[in-house]
Design a protein around this ligand. Sequence first.
Ligand code: ADP
Ligand code: MG
Length: 349
Amino acid sequence: MTDKITWLFILLLALAVSACSQPKDPVFHDQFFAFGTLIDITLYGVEPGIAETISSQIEADFNALHTEWHAWQPGPILSLNEKLAQHRPATVKPGIIHLLAEANRLSLASKGLFNPVIGNLIELWGFHDNALPIGTLPDSAAIENLVAENPAVDDITIESDRVVTRNAVVAYDLGGFAKGLAIDRAIERLRDSGIEHAIINAGGDLRAIGQRGERPWRIGIRHPREPGILASIEIAGDDSVFTSGDYERFFEVDGKRYHHIIDPRSGYPASETTSVTVIHSDAATADAAATALFVAGPDHWQIAAKNMGIRFVMLIDSQGIIHMNPAMQSRIQLDPELDATVILGDPLQ
Ligand code: ADP
Ligand code: MG
């Protein structure tokens, strides 16, 4: 009997020792769908139970924000747009007012290249639908008419909880920066819970804080035309990396690509850019800036970056030429196999 107990004791001790010596994976992963894309959460060094809880809270937040900020499904933005289209003042709750004010501020900084009130143009192009239009171009006169009405955020006045417009063709579409703002909220939630090492990645657009143990986070940037990675960036601290590309949502008519980033000045998809990647501290600004610099194109991205306070930019133009500023070049590792011309611009400051 005593022998049995001794053996049992030795066995339990051996099990306990082996459990302790098994290194636990310090990286937690979770994925879910929101904002029409796969959201990927990576946490480092967080106890699994806590990681599970916080990850489901973030999922719930993303789903709530996606519904609340939706441009064409019933919700506060759609009701706001209906009122603005009738020249009627709209009363909006504080969370939404903050969102609109932030969108307006970024639009003014971009000198209207990021324009969150061109919802009517986006709708005309058929992008207000989960399915893409196949083989149909919008009526060119309808586009010209909308562009001539020049919907812009300075047509809009926000007074406490009221939104009024001088221009009935404005319609909010926050698709160009909502994902960024949602990622910022998620990072805030993580920090409030004491989590300091994490990546929130929404289909390749992400914000990373802290690092992966002893090493920085390593981020891949997708090639705009081929499967695989074009470049990688290391992050240790707090940075957002956002890419706007003509490959995210597009359709083709007669072999020509029509994508979802619209130049508000022409009413047509911005045609000289294939993709723009920016690095910036907060994700909302990075998201809006990637869209704005995409519209600015290979000849004007530097001035747009300066206007928006962006310090790291890589733009691939429609010829496949890579443009970047020296600070970006010192942070990015291009795939060594890549056969592309790189044009290094002047420093941005
Ligand atoms: P993605 O969301 O695919 O990463 P973007 O951040 O560039 O790409 O956002 C594109 C979306 O932004 C479009 O689907 C549309 O809703 C909206 N949008 C298109 N053109 C503009 C623009 N010039 N300014 C602001 N928003 C835009
Ligand atoms: Mg964007």
